[in-house]
Design a protein around this ligand. Structure first.
Ligand code: ATP
Ligand code: MG
Length: 269
């Protein structure tokens, strides 16, 4: 069966696709390393479709497609898609929230009832996870980094507030991070898993702190985290959730959130 419309998000790391078939939303990921299979798949499923492309590598993709495509700004497509997914997945009755897309890099959006705007970003994101993962333990495979992080102990690598205050009672919660990787200059007992747990923790805390500050300055409580770095990454999700709550906000996750850009492109009028 061929589809009428398809949204493509050509990001810095991965190609994401979204389309409706039998009125149901379908999503898919392709790698830039296997363009022939992507082009072949497009020829089968969407030979006559209206194609809307978003993301930093939109041009790269368009040059390789057989049919012309329409371009959409990723900073419009991403919050539009996330707002749709939030509603579909019925996570909550949405008024306003901060959206956080942790892709190769990270972007922050303010989502209001009828509009969204990009309010900032940081270069700390999924590219940092793969890059520092490679430098620290010699693996740049997302799955392996996540699996190591799930088994590791951050306390072997990070300096916690209680480590500094001991034996005194600290004025802020003792398990808060005083210094990410702060024990790494003198340790003898950190394994690959501990290092990856600390790396995931540093990325999660950096992104979370920017999100809660953006939320607090606007009296917002809900923060929605999504993107390729969040999907299937339970260690990252768990730090994001716990730390967001510690700062008085609520953390929400979208089941198909890594496809927000593609969904926003698909829905473009
Ligand atoms: N199979 C995979 N291959 C590569 N990266 C993966 C994979 N699965 C998850 N990731 C993680 O997802 C990140 C990319 O997320 P995402 O696809 O949302 O970003 P992007 O849209 O390509 O980048 P950006 O929006 O910043 O241009 C990678 O940096 C990596 O940490
Ligand atoms: Mg992206």
């Amino acid at each position: 069966m061929s589809v009428k419309r398809i949204g493509i998000d050509a990001g810095g790391s991965l190609i994401k696709l979204a389309y409706f078939e039998d009125e149901k939303l379908h999503v898919r990921t392709h790698s830039y390393h296997d363009m022939p299979s992507f082009i072949q798949w497009m020829g089968i499923i969407a030979p006559n479709a209206k194609i809307v492309v978003t993301g930093g590598k939109s041009r790269h993709i368009q040059e390789r497609l057989a049919t012309p495509a329409v371009e959409m700004d990723e900073f419009a497509a991403t919050p539009a898609g996330a707002a749709y997914l939030l509603q579909q997945e019925a996570k909550h009755s949405l008024k306003t929230s901060i959206l956080v897309n942790i892709g190769t890099g990270t972007s922050f959006y303010l989502l209001k009832e009828d509009a969204a705007e990009r309010i900032g970003g940081t270069g700390v994101g999924g590219g940092t996870l793969l890059g520092l993962g490679n430098l620290l333990v010699g693996t740049d495979t997302f799955k392996e980094i996540v699996s190591l992080a799930g088994k590791g102990k951050r306390s072997a690598v990070d300096l916690q507030v209680k480590d500094i205050y001991e034996p005194l009672e600290p004025p802020i919660p003792g398990h808060f991070t005083a210094s990410n990787f702060g024990k790494a200059f003198s340790f003898d007992a950190a394994g690959k898993d501990d290092l990856m747990a600390a790396l995931v923790g540093m990325i999660a805390e950096t992104v979370m702190l920017m999100a809660v500050q953006a939320a607090a300055s606007r009296q917002i409580k809900d923060i929605v985290y999504f993107g390729g770095t969040v999907a299937g990454n339970l260690p990252l999700q768990s730090v994001l959730k716990e730390a967001t709550h510690a700062f008085g906000c609520r953390a929400l996750f979208l089941d198909k959130g890594e496809y927000s850009g593609a969904v926003g492109a698909l829905l473009q009028q």
